[in-house]
Design a protein around this ligand. Structure first.
Ligand code: NAP
Length: 303
């Protein structure tokens, strides 16, 4: 298993967009009053570590009352002051969650959300536009039409979804002329449902790149509390120690060993930890080691 090192670059789904095997996520970018200068340093840190896929969303920064668009706007400030950075990154964002409503993917709202993201980010084109969470009240044909219009207008280059079920992906894809290239579910050694519920099999079937959100369980893997969390951490630590890496790197490596080509989205906003993630590329997994982590996460033996 994984006898050869994973490729340093790969394509995003069936598109011609080259991406790095790890991504950097900006959910937490606009927290703690981070300045554009500090955000720029983080972006440079990620790029220098070989991470080119940058993931954000229009809702990142929203704290329940204010802050909608803040993470995009902060990255937009960085890009405005250093326009050369844009060409070095594959820029992914998301829309379709619209506070105070839960979800809105009506044609008028979704089209306006795409335009607003472009404005905040200070870019002419988004490389990967993802529907953040499905709007049950939007017909997939309507959603597809809005997304196709954005593609045709050159506002977005490729399409993805996040938190969609297998059936929701099928339905949206059915109405798209330009099929989805990515799906973004939560996957981590603490969230293992996707390995057996068919979502990753669908990704392989359709050629979607799975982008794993919260690959460290939102940080819980680093401060495990329950017996199950501690068992998963211990299983990762055994391999991490053998291979001279940290627990978080072992978690990324564990996800990357899956044949679907999972791209973990590093959530850290610490330059050193972001850079450290790249060590996951050098990890090697035997089936025994890989299943050892899975068994710890299942909390029971495999049948
Ligand atoms: P995560 O990697 O699971 O957790 C990151 C958190 O762990 C940060 O607060 C980080 O703090 C902390 N951490 C503690 N020790 C760490 C270590 N040694 N190495 C790395 N991190 C450590 O990811 P996440 O932030 O929850 O999510 C990652 C990305 O997934 C987001 O930025 C976003 O792009 C995406 N996401 C998508 C959805 C969706 O619905 N599509 C939902 C959630 C997230 P420090 O910053 O201090 O290192």
């Amino acid at each position: 298993m994984n006898a050869l090192p994973p490729p340093a670059r790969r394509l995003l789904g069936n598109s011609d967009i080259a991406i790095s095997p790890l991504a950097w996520g900006m959910w937490r970018l606009a927290e703690n009053g981070r300045s554009a200068g500090d955000a720029a340093r983080l972006a440079h840190g990620a790029l220098e570590a070989g991470i080119t896929l940058f993931d954000t969303a229009d809702i990142y920064g929203f704290d329940g009352t204010a802050g909608f668009g803040d993470a995009e706007a902060l990255l937009g400030e960085v890009l405005a002051s250093e326009p050369g950075l844009r060409a070095r990154m594959v820029l992914a964002t998301k829309g379709g969650i619209c506070p105070p409503l839960p979800y809105d993917q009506s044609p008028a709202y979704l089209a306006s959300a795409i335009d607003a993201s472009l404005r905040r980010l200070n870019v002419e084109c988004i490389d990967l536009y993802q529907i953040h969470r499905p709007d049950i009240l939007a017909h997939p044909q309507e959603v597809a039409r809005t997304l196709e219009n954005a593609l045709a207008a050159g506002k977005v280059r490729a399409l993805g979804v996040s938190n969609f079920t297998i059936q929701q992906i099928e339905a949206l894809n059915h109405f798209l002329d330009h099929a989805l290239v990515a799906t973004q579910p939560e996957i981590s050694p603490l969230r293992i449902a996707r390995f057996e519920n068919g979502e990753l099999d669908q990704a392989m079937h359709l050629g979607l790149t799975p982008l794993a959100w919260s690959p460290l369980g939102g940080g819980r893997l680093l401060s495990p509390e329950t017996p199950r969390e501690r068992a998963v951490a211990a299983a990762l630590d055994r391999i991490a120690e053998d291979q001279g890496v940290s627990r978080s790197v072992a978690a990324y490596g564990w996800l990357m060993a899956h044949p679907a080509g999972i791209v973990p989205i590093i959530g850290s906003q610490n330059a050193q930890r972001i850079a450290e993630g790249a060590q996951a590329l050098g990890m090697r997994w035997t089936r025994e080691d890989w299943y050892g982590v899975l068994v710890a996460a299942r909390g029971e033996k495999l049948p």
